[in-house]
Design a protein around this ligand. Sequence first.
Ligand code: FES
Length: 122
Amino acid sequence: MSWTKICDASDVSANSVKKVDVNGISVLVVNYGSGFRVIPPLCPHMEEPLEESGIVARCTLTCSKHLWCWNMQTLEMQGETEKPLKVYESKEENGAILANIENELTYEFEDEGGADDDDFFK
Ligand code: FES
């Protein structure tokens, strides 16, 4: 396991997110007030960039597109949310956020309409 510095903890203010590129992999640092999480930058629902649509409040990250949300401390899904959030192992050390990013975490998105396109040519 190798820890990589993502950013300084002071770079991400409380209840906000920050997108950072780490060796060619984009990650989102979430400061949920009482801690940090390092996650992939896209919403697992429909690839919405959480840097723009993510709202952090009361320990919860909400995607403002369709209101999927996750408790950032326990990672429990809230409300109508149907997919868990993936997270990189991370820690805060000497004012820096470190994460273990050996492999990029991604989601499988349903290819809406893809089946119809295939049928069209048969
Ligand atoms: S795209 Fe994020 S909740 Fe739908």
